[in-house]
Write a protein that binds this ligand. Structure first.
Ligand SMILES: *Cc1c(COP(=O)(O)O)cnc(C)c1O
Length: 420
C-alpha cells in the first residue's frame, strides 16, 4: 500500500488537538482513534477517498438525509429492532439479560443498517454505480438488496473459492440483480476480492461508490460505518429507559469480526464509563492452535486495507489467515476503533472457540426459541464466564439469525452427543 498523506509534524500536532476535542473514543477529523486508523492508501485511490472525507460528515448531519435514512430503517428494515428480555436465559445466568434483536431486520442481520446509509450517501454524491466485496456473502447480499431498492447497478467481487462455499448467497445476489465477479488470483478468497474491488474503484473514480461492510478500511469508512450502526445503541438507550427506568445497562456484549455490530452497540455508551463494554472475538480452535481469528489475543499493530490497526501477522509482518467456524468473524484484524478501545482498556476483549459458540447457539435455541447466527453465538458463549449480580442489566447484541448456519447446526445435531 502507498503513502499516508497526513504525517507532517503540523498535521500530527493538529491531530492531537482534534483527538482531545473529539472525545476520548471517537474519531478525530483526520480519522484517528489514538494511534490507530488513518488512510494509508495508494495514490491512485486518493481522489475517491478524499471526496468521501470532504463530504461524509455534512451529509450525515443533513436533516433531509437523516429523515430519509430513518424512514427506510423503519419501513424497509423494520426498525426499531426489539429489545427482548430473555427470561429463561436470565434465570440460567442469575441476572437480567436483554437481547437486541438485529436478527429480526430485513435480510437477517445488522449489515443492512450500513448498506442503506451508504447507498443514500452515494446518491447524494451523484454516484450511479455500486461495488462491494464479500467473503461469506452476507455483506454482498445486503449491498445487492439496497441496489435493487434504489435501482442501481451493483458489482460484487467474491473469491472463487468463497463463491463455491457460499453458493446460496451467490444465488441471492444474482436474483437481486447484482453481478457477482469471481476473484481468480491469490488464495481466491476475501483478500483477493478486496484487491479486485479496489482496482475497479481506481478505474471508475467518478461514477462509482465502494460500499465497505464493516468498521475497517481507510478513513472515513470506520467512522461512517460506526455512525450508521450506532442506531443500535441509540435505540437500546430508549428501550432500556422504557423497560428498566434507566437508559444505562451494566454490560453490553457483542461479537467482533471487523467490529461493526459491536461498534454500533457500544457507540452511545462510550463516554458512560460505568457501562462495561465486552467484545467477543472468534478463537476458532483456540488462540494457541494457529487456527484462530482472535486478533487482540494474538495480533500486533500493522497496516491492512487502508488503516493502522491490530492484525494477526507472522513475525516478519505477513498477514495470517484467520480461522473460525463462523464465516462472518473470519477476518485477520479488527477495525481501528476496536484497536483503540482494547489498548485503552475502555472495552474488554474476550474470545470464544468454535465449540463454545456452537453450545451457546443450541442453548439459546432451546431456552428461548431463537436460532442465532453463529457469529452472535460467540457473544452469548461468554455469559458463562462473566460473574453477574442478579440486578445487573446485560444487553447482548444478537447480530443476526441462524438460517444461513443451518448446515453447520445440522452437522452438530447429527453427532452422537446431544449438544444442549
Ligand atoms: C458479518 C456479521 C458479523 C461480523 O461483522 P461485524 O462487522 O464484526 O459486526 C457478525 N454477525 C453477523 C450476523 C454477521 O453477518
Amino acid at each position: 500500500m502507498g503513502l499516508e498523506y497526513q504525517l507532517n509534524p503540523a498535521a500530527q500536532r493538529k491531530q492531537t488537538v482534534d483527538f482531545l476535542k473529539a472525545g476520548k473514543y471517537r474519531v478525530t477529523p483526520r480519522g484517528y482513534y489514538g494511534p490507530f486508523g488513518g488512510a494509508y492508501i495508494p495514490e491512485m485511490l486518493y481522489p475517491n477517498v478524499k471526496e468521501l472525507q470532504d463530504h461524509y460528515e455534512a451529509i450525515l448531519e443533513d436533516a433531509d438525509f437523516g429523515a430519509e435514512f430513518h424512514s427506510l430503517l423503519r419501513d424497509y428494515v423494520g426498525r426499531p429492532s426489539p429489545l427482548y428480555h430473555a427470561r429463561r436465559l436470565s434465570e440460567k445466568y442469575g441476572t437480567q439479560i436483554y437481547l437486541k434483536r438485529e436478527d429480526l431486520n430485513h435480510t437477517g442481520a445488522h449489515k443492512i443498517n450500513n448498506t442503506i446509509g451508504q447507498i443514500l450517501l452515494a446518491r447524494r454524491l451523484g454516484k450511479t454505480r455500486i461495488i462491494a466485496e464479500t467473503g461469506a456473502g452476507q455483506h454482498g447480499v445486503a449491498t445487492a438488496t439496497v441496489c435493487a431498492l434504489m435501482g442501481m447497478p451493483c458489482v460484487v467481487y467474491m473469491g472463487e473459492i468463497d463463491m463455491q462455499r457460499q453458493a446460496p448467497n451467490v444465488a441471492r445476489m444474482r436474483m437481486l440483480g447484482a453481478e457477482v465477479r469471481p476473484a481468480l488470483s491469490g488464495s481466491r478468497t476475501l483478500k483477493d476480492a478486496t484487491n479486485e474491488a479496489i482496482r475497479d474503484w481506481i478505474n471508475n473514480p467518478v461514477d462509482t461508490h465502494y460500499i465497505i461492510g464493516s468498521v475497517v478500511g481507510p478513513h472515513p469508512y470506520p467512522d461512517m460505518v460506526t455512525r450508521f450502526q450506532a442506531i443500535i445503541s441509540e435505540e437500546m438507550r430508549l428501550q432500556l429507559k422504557e423497560k428498566t427506568g434507566n437508559e444505562l445497562p451494566t454490560h453490553v456484549l457483542a461479537c467482533v469480526g471487523g467490529g461493526s455490530n459491536a461498534a454500533g452497540a457500544f457507540y452511545h455508551f462510550l463516554d458512560e464509563e460505568a457501562v462495561k463494554l465486552i467484545a467477543v472475538e472468534a478463537a476458532g480452535e483456540g488462540i494457541a492452535s494457529g487456527h484462530t481469528a482472535a486478533t487482540t489475543a494474538t495480533g500486533k499493530p500493522g497496516i491492512l486495507h487502508g488503516s493502522r490497526t491490530l492484525l494477526m501477522q507472522t513475525p516478519d509482518g505477513q498477514i495470517m489467515e484467520a480461522d473460525s467456524i463462523s464465516a462472518g468473524l473470519d477476518y485477520p484484524g479488527i477495525g481501528p476503533i476496536h484497536a483503540q478501545l482494547f489498548t485503552s482498556g475502555r472495552a474488554q476483549y474476550l474470545n470464544a472457540t468454535d465449540d463454545e459458540a456452537l453450545q451457546a447457539a443450541f442453548e439459546l435455541t432451546r431456552l428461548e426459541g431463537i436460532i442465532p447466527a453463529l457469529e452472535s453465538a460467540h457473544a452469548l458463549a461468554k455469559l458463562k464466564d462473566i460473574s453477574f449480580k442478579p440486578t445487573d442489566v446485560v444487553v447482548v447484541c444478537l447480530s443476526g439469525r441462524g438460517d444461513k448456519d443451518m448446515e453447520t447446526y445440522i452437522r452438530q445435531l447429527n453427532t452422537d452427543i446431544d449438544p444442549a
